[in-house]
Write a protein that binds this ligand. Structure first.
Ligand code: PBG
Length: 345
């Protein structure tokens, strides 16, 4: 072979010594089989968690406008949806609830009502599907007339008073059969407090997936539409993290670890891949990442406009989250990805 690269300008033309190209990375990309052989990361359905939205009523499935392909379901229809997902190989679900305004109050009382929509749905789903794993949401916002994750007093979010409400919620969910409790509220000390209260009530085996580094993000917009859970005043910046900060995530992680978290979550995922990697390399418990509603909506919107290939953008997004270090991924793409795998069979 003529090693001289004639088309290069003389100034950057390699010399004989450094132009032998003994190291040609393209050799490992030359066929699909070899590319697969050396593929470093793979997405398995086992690592995906499907968030699902529950609402009051019967026989309804209401599309969420800003999240094409995602719906709010009444329990009877949700059962069919879950059965379909189980068939496709998805076994872990993160249900969220959408309540009517008349059930919301300052103290989120409905959140620990054992006959309320959410808690009774958990009980029902665990009875109906023996093989299912349920990760339940602990935060006040879906039940709070203020739309905040904590108790509000004169415009301030109270920390320690909120913990008591969160604990009642967690214990009610554990009693109903939740496998993993996921506090998404970002109050200080909640992991330790929930651990203590769960244990005191005999739920040592119920895990905690902490929303460890949850940022005050614009990417939650479509989710808040879905649940009608936007704050009624102000924003969530006094409890959710500043998007500019990464070291602060290490502090949150150290606390959650000490307090007994079984999983640590970073949320959102795509704009925070560095934070996923940071937690992965510093803590030896599973790292979760939440590929949130806005990240889903962006891909869907661009794909509907024909601006990008939605399927490839989905796979690439999920893979990048995995590559950054996420062991498990919460994603609205879970069902579509499972369907894609099945179609390829
Ligand atoms: C709040 C909560 C939020 C999400 C899950 N739980 C958003 C918020 O802080 O308002 C967002 C999930 C998503 O955007 O997909 N407890």
């Amino acid at each position: 072979m003529n090693w001289q690269l004639k088309f290069l300008t003389p100034s950057i033309r390699p010399t004989l010594e450094d132009s032998m190209l003994t190291r040609r990375p393209r050799r490992n990309r030359k066929t699909a089989i070899i590319r697969n052989l050396v593929q470093e990361n793979r997405l398995a359905l086992d690592n995906l968690i499907y968030p699902i939205f529950l609402m009051e009523g019967t026989n309804k499935k209401v599309p969420i406008k800003s999240m094409p392909g995602i719906y709010r379901f009444t329990l009877d229809v949700l059962i069919e949806e879950i059965a379909e997902c189980l068939d496709l190989g998805i076994s872990t679900f993160a249900p969220f609830v959408c309540l009517e305004d008349n059930l919301k109050d300052k103290y989120a009382t409905e959140s620990y009502n054992e006959n309320g929509l959410y808690v009774s749905a958990i009980r029902y789903l665990k009875e109906k599907f023996s093989e299912i794993c349920l990760i339940t949401d602990v935060a006040m916002d879906p039940y709070s007339s203020d739309g905040h994750d904590g108790l509000v007093d004169e415009g301030k979010i109270l920390n320690d008073e909120t913990l008591e409400i969160l604990a009642k919620m967690a214990v009610a969910q554990a009693e109903a059969g939740a496998d993993i409790i996921a506090p998404s509220d970002m109050m200080d000390g909640r992991v330790g407090y929930l651990r203590q209260e769960l244990d005191a009530n005999g739920f040592q085996e119920v895990s905690i997936m902490a929303y460890t580094a949850k940022y005050a993000s614009a990417f939650y917009g479509p989710f808040r539409d879905a649940l009608d859970s936007a704050p009624r005043f102000g924003d969530k910046k006094t409890y959710q993290m500043n998007p500019a900060n990464a070291r602060e995530a290490l502090l949150e992680a150290a606390l959650d670890y000490q307090e007994g978290a079984d999983f640590m979550m970073v949320k959102p995922a795509l704009a925070y891949l560095d934070v996923i990697q940071l937690l992965k390399s510093n803590f030896h418990i599973p790292i979760a990442a939440y590929n949130v509603s806005g990240e889903y909506a962006m891909v869907k919107a661009a794909s509907q406009l024909g601006w990008l290939d939605g399927e490839r953008a989905m796979v690439e997004s999920l893979l990048s989250i995995k590559r950054a270090g996420a062991d498990v991924i919460l994603t609205y793409f879970a069902k579509e990805y499972a369907q894609l795998l099945k179609d390829k069979e």
